[in-house]
Design a protein around this ligand. Structure first.
Ligand code: A2P
Length: 304
């Protein structure tokens, strides 16, 4: 059995899921089918990834073939920044459900703690070169998220890319507590303090970009000598060490791949355990390095 975590509302989530950010529309459907056939039961999606319709087609095929049942899967999606207005939250959620061909989501996250101007443009920019924002508070958006649970469109709600101050604020006004904060985590951005804070508040944490996402391979944790050394000691791959490190920290982890071999490789992480010493060596690689920081292209220093 693969490990699950229990969320603060009593629902369970498989600790390992398939990431789909940057998965091409041409290959994401096949990737989802391969993953489910390999044993994955958790798929992480988002409207902004532009591939939910293809994922929906693949899920339908799996259901129709009787390969997996809807209730055996955990499907996450995320509310995009242009859809924060309370009047558009339900609409955005329904559009995602339509694309994914689902009646409900297991988890719906506020993708970022910033409201963009509504409209077709996904990252609307003003003449000052900065992203156009809208006067909608995160509290208003959260109320609308809570409503989605009332309406049975989603089982759990949470956030992504929330810093500690945003979490403090949210926990003060939330009637339904966020079940999850999804943030970038790998040994170069270990987020030890924010994870401890969230866990203290009984909010689960998902590690996104656990392999270091896209970008220059030479600077990635995948090729770090410490990671490679630990992988060699266990006879596993560096990716497997990185995934295992997240699992052993009690995190949910969602490595992305559309490559059949790597999808299988990333799931073969339940037969070995990192020692405390190895976990500490990996924790010591932390340098607060983000691979995913939209500050420059939004013209908003999001992470400060
Ligand atoms: P691909 O989809 O071709 O496998 P992250 O989950 O941190 O965002 O990382 C995703 C990146 O890592 C993608 O470029 C993905 O490419 C690659 N990747 C996924 N699994 C592995 C693996 N097991 N070994 C090396 N690279 C991997």
């Amino acid at each position: 059995m693969q490990p699950t975590l229990t969320l603060n509302n009593g629902k369970t989530i498989p600790q390992l899921g398939l990431g789909t950010w940057k998965s091409e529309t041409a290959s994401v459907g096949e990737a989802v089918k391969i993953a489910v056939r390999a044993g994955y039961r958790h798929i992480d999606c988002a409207h902004i990834y532009g591939n939910e319709a293809e994922i929906g087609t693949a899920l339908q095929e799996l259901f129709t073939n009787g390969e997996v049942k809807r209730e055996e899967l955990f499907i996450t999606s995320k509310l995009w920044n242009t859809d924060h207005h309370p009047d558009t939250v339900a609409q955005a959620c329904r559009r995602t459900l339509e694309n994914l061909q689902l009646e409900y989501l297991d988890l719906y996250l506020v993708h970022w703690g910033i409201a963009f101007a509504a409209g077709e443009e996904k990252e609307p920019h003003g003449e000052d070169g900065r992203v156009k924002t809208e006067a909608v508070s995160l509290q208003e958006t959260w109320r609308a998220m809570e409503q989605l649970v009332e309406e049975d469109l989603v089982k759990s709600i949470g956030v992504a890319n929330y810093t500690a101050p945003l979490m403090v604020d949210l926990l003060n006004y939330a009637t339904l507590k966020p079940a999850m904060n999804q943030i970038e985590i790998h040994p170069y951005n270990a987020q030890l303090a924010l994870v401890e804070f969230c866990h203290d508040k009984n909010v689960a944490v998902t590690a996104y970009s656990p392999l270091g996402s896209f970008g220059e391979r030479s600077e990635k944790p995948l090729v770090d000598p410490v990671v490679v050394d630990i992988a060699t000691a266990h006879g596993v791959t560096p990716a497997q060490v990185l995934i295992r490190w997240s699992l052993q920290r009690g995190l949910v982890v969602i490595p992305k791949s559309t490559n059949p071999n790597r999808i299988a490789e990333n799931f073969a992480v339940f037969a070995f355990t990192l020692t405390d010493e190895e976990m500490n060596r990996l924790n010591a690689l932390d340098r607060g390095h983000r691979f995913v920081d939209p500050s420059e292209w939004w013209g908003v220093p999001y992470f400060g």
